[in-house]
Design a protein around this ligand. Structure first.
Ligand SMILES: Nc1nc2c(ncn2[C@@H]2O[C@H](COP(=O)(O)OP(=O)(O)OP(=O)(O)O)[C@@H](O)[C@H]2O)c(=O)[nH]1
Length: 318
């Protein structure tokens, strides 16, 4: 703790105004303007710098509030509270001037020591700020990587593992958004189901079955534009949600899907890389755009008709 030397204390005592502070009394508060320095003759004073900075407790011989004394009126940067009944010396600017005239050597010594103390305090403060900055940076990094991991796991939860297409959950979230924004009615729905897919698994095994599902996914991905969404709903069922196409364009796209699948199915049979596809199509009209279940149920009827008629074809909702 910085304390006055005996000679300094004796000299200051000659010129200072003695004062008392009762336990619990504030000598000054943070932010108040002041130009008096205090030297503790007896008792204990606590300096509270606020925020999370350490409180400092000073005893006999210590001085505080020295900036006001050195540079004149100055906002206090701490609360000064008497922890017990204390006796102090109060030194104002007038004392500074008198000291400078009467004993410049003692004043210069005092100034040198007090400047050193302020420098040390400043270094400590800079060190603390650096550590706090580093801790903040680390917290920020941790938050960023947590949010990145969250984004990744959210994206994963919306993606079908086998094909990389959006899964049913992702589709439902997408539809919810479209419904909220009142944009579902400008869409068309193409429902796609593999024909006799179980036989592929039974005859050639699940790995070949998986590759066929991946080929269907690739076909839908190739057909989907930037605003469209290709999904695997589960098992061997897929769908394509098309945006902003008229009925003729939707029909052409559905026909292209069925024709391409048939061609690929003929080209690669041992082992199969594709199966024929049954496709049900409907334009989502405003009347049915309020519920995905109703849209799905309607287009499923069309798909069912395509199945009943032997598969490998497109059927529209009548
Ligand atoms: N390889 C593989 N098979 C799957 C996967 N998911 C579901 N399946 C199989 O897909 C088959 C679907 O069979 P069904 O619903 O009877 O369909 P299907 O044989 O195509 O019959 P139809 O639709 O009437 O033409 C079942 O045998 C499931 O076990 C998967 O991820 N990989």
């Amino acid at each position: 703790m910085f304390a006055l030397e005996d000679g300094e204390y004796a000299l200051f005592a000659e010129m200072a105004r003695p004062c008392q502070a009762e336990a619990g009394q504030y000598l000054f508060r943070r932010g108040e303007s002041g130009d008096v320095m205090y030297v503790i003759g007896r008792g204990r004073i606590e300096l509270d710098f606020g925020d999370d900075q350490l409180r400092r407790c000073l005893g006999a011989g210590a001085c505080f509030g020295e900036l006001g004394f050195l540079i004149g009126k100055h906002p206090r940067n701490a609360d000064a509270l008497a922890l017990e009944d204390s006796a102090l010396l109060a030194l104002g600017r007038d004392v500074f001037e008198t000291l400078a005239r009467r004993d410049p050597h003692v004043l210069a010594q005092f100034l040198r020591r007090i400047t050193l103390r302020m420098l040390l305090n400043e270094h400590k403060l800079i060190g603390r700020l650096r550590r706090r900055n580093q801790a903040l940076q680390e917290t920020l990094d941790a938050l960023q990587s947590a949010s990145h991991r969250l984004d990744q796991s959210e994206a994963l939860a919306r993606t079908d593992e086998l094909t990389g297409l959006t899964n049913r959950r992702g589709l439902l979230l997408h539809l919810e958004r479209l419904q909220r924004e009142g944009r579902l009615a400008s869409h068309a729905l193409i429902l796609v189901d593999c024909d006799r897919f179980k036989a592929v698994n039974d005859v050639h095994g699940h790995l070949v079955g998986d590759r066929v599902l991946q080929s269907v996914a690739n076909l839908l991905r190739a057909v989907a534009g930037n605003d469209d969404l290709a999904c695997r709903l589960g098992g061997d069922e897929f769908c394509l949600l098309l945006q902003g196409h008229d009925r003729e364009q939707v029909g052409r796209i559905a026909g292209y899907i069925v024709d391409s699948a048939r061609m690929l199915e003929r080209m690669h049979r041992h082992p199969p890389q594709m199966v024929t596809l049954s496709v049900g199509v409907c334009m989502i009209d405003p009347e049915h755009a309020t519920s995905w279940e109703r849209c799905y149920a309607r287009v499923d009827q069309a798909l069912y008709r395509a199945k009943r008629r032997g598969g490998g074809q497109v059927q529209w909702l009548e």
